[in-house]
Write a protein that binds this ligand. Structure first.
Ligand SMILES: Cc1cc2nc3c(=O)[nH]c(=O)nc-3n(C[C@H](O)[C@H](O)[C@H](O)COP(=O)(O)OP(=O)(O)OC[C@H]3O[C@@H](n4cnc5c(N)ncnc54)[C@H](O)[C@@H]3O)c2cc1C
Ligand code: FES
Length: 367
């Protein structure tokens, strides 16, 4: 049995975590719940599309997972997250089955760049592409656009397995009814029932090309693209947008899972070092320099945390950028760099949670 919340008081850094009291738990689908929290004092400050980091004690060790806020600070009185079960997943199963109103969850304050600024003068066409639980941050963005930008419109392309698995089905229907000229939702089901009359199958390049073409491009609208879902859907969408010559600055993506980071972690557990040697790394944190020895099988973040450094982090998969640092000297190898833009990579930014040392003289500053 896992031993949640059994950490000794003195080991917990109270200032780092925000306790959020669960107000309501809504079952969205057989394997997804939305958890809404009471507003803390002061109110939770977040941007639509950002994520919270849930912190729990699992068998005596602090663990963290990122969960996108499904709510909009401009629309919803209470902040919420939606969590889909992953087979054998520790947090996702716990949050689905063991969380009830009145319970308190410790979180790290909202973070993330999967967001945008809103202005009433904007005239934008948001293409939102979501798969499964990837609808979560998209939902917060969608509601925020509709309320903040009266001249903007939204096309949501949302892939689910079947009718039963559509998260926020009713909410989406209501929003569409309330905004018939500004919101169009296109569901794509991979395994629909015989009664389904909508699109079916996997989202393919051909399907996306056709959907984008049908969405009536108009020069007076600035098109922006936000996508969140399984790798397959994101890669397909990226290819199509590249074929359509859409500028990278208009494309925003959020990933929930990195197969590359997972594989590197598995290798480390099996003692496969992939040529990495034990090296000392200097970490500059909060104005102080610390020398940390990073052995093969550990990332810079893992070694730093084990040495007692209070380094920031969330997903530990190279996706969320919470652990971002800048290499001032030396070279690291990253298992995954999907969270960083080309500009950030060129400027020497790295993600400590997936960084392994390649040289002896590494100096990283956490800004
Ligand atoms: C920025 C960000 C935002 C996120 N937002 C959400 C959200 O809004 N809703 C949500 O449900 N999840 C979200 N996630 C994913 C979430 O953080 C966890 O990774 C997920 O809930 C699984 O955690 P777990 O403890 O249950 O599984 P673990 O115990 O960590 O993993 C169990 C097994 O499942 C595999 N696995 C873990 N995650 C996945 C996955 N996504 N797909 C396939 N296999 C997987 C693991 O490799 C492992 O074998 C987000 C992740 C990131 C990085
Ligand atoms: S902790 Fe999320 S990218 Fe490193």
């Amino acid at each position: 049995m896992f031993n949640f919340f059994k950490k000794k008081k003195e080991e917990v850094k109270p200032s780092a975590f925000l306790p959020l009291k669960v107000r309501e738990v809504v079952r969205e689908t057989p394997d997804t719940v939305s958890i809404y929290f009471e507003q803390p004092e002061p109110y939770l400050d977040y941007k639509p599309g950002q994520f919270l980091t849930v912190v729990m004690d699992v068998e005596g060790k602090e663990q963290r997972r990122s969960y996108s806020l499904c709510t909009s600070p401009f629309v919803d009185a209470f902040p919420g997250i939606s969590v889909k079960k992953v087979p054998n997943g520790i947090f996702s199963n716990f949050l689905n089955e063991k969380v009830f109103p009145g319970k308190t969850l410790n979180v790290v304050k909202p973070m993330g760049n999967f967001t945008t600024e809103f202005h009433s003068k904007n005239r934008r066409h948001f293409f939102l592409i979501a798969g499964g639980s990837g609808i979560t941050p998209i939902m917060g963005l969608l509601k925020s656009v509709l309320v903040n930008e009266p001249q903007s419109r939204v096309t949501l392309i949302y892939a689910s397995r079947n009718e039963e698995q559509i998260i926020f089905k009713n909410q989406l229907e209501l929003l569409e009814k309330g905004n018939p000229d500004r919101l169009k939702t296109i569901h794509v089901l991979s395994q629909p029932s015989a009664e389904w009359t909508g699109l079916s199958g996997r989202i393919s390049k051909e399907m996306l090309h056709e959907l984008f073409a049908q969405a009536e491009y108009e020069p007076r609208y600035e098109e922006v693209y936000f996508m969140c879902g399984p790798d397959g859907i994101m890669e397909t969408a990226q290819h199509v947008l590249a074929e359509l010559n859409v500028e990278k600055e208009r494309i925003h993506r959020e990933s929930f899972f990195s197969a590359a980071a997972y594989q590197a972690h598995e290798d480390a557990l099996k003692g496969i070092s992939n040529g990495i040697l034990t090296r000392d790394v200097t970490i500059e944190l909060e104005g102080e320099s610390h020398v940390v020895t990073v052995p093969p099988g550990k990332t810079v973040l893992e070694a730093g945390l084990e040495s007692g450094l209070n380094m920031p982090y969330s997903c530990q998969s190279g996706l969320c950028t919470a652990c971002r640092g800048r290499v001032l000297q030396g070279q690291v190898k990253m298992d995954e760099d999907a969270g960083l833009s080309e500009k950030e990579l060129a400027a020497g930014y790295v993600l400590c949670c997936v960084s392994r040392p390649l040289t002896d003289d590494i100096k990283i500053t956490i800004e």
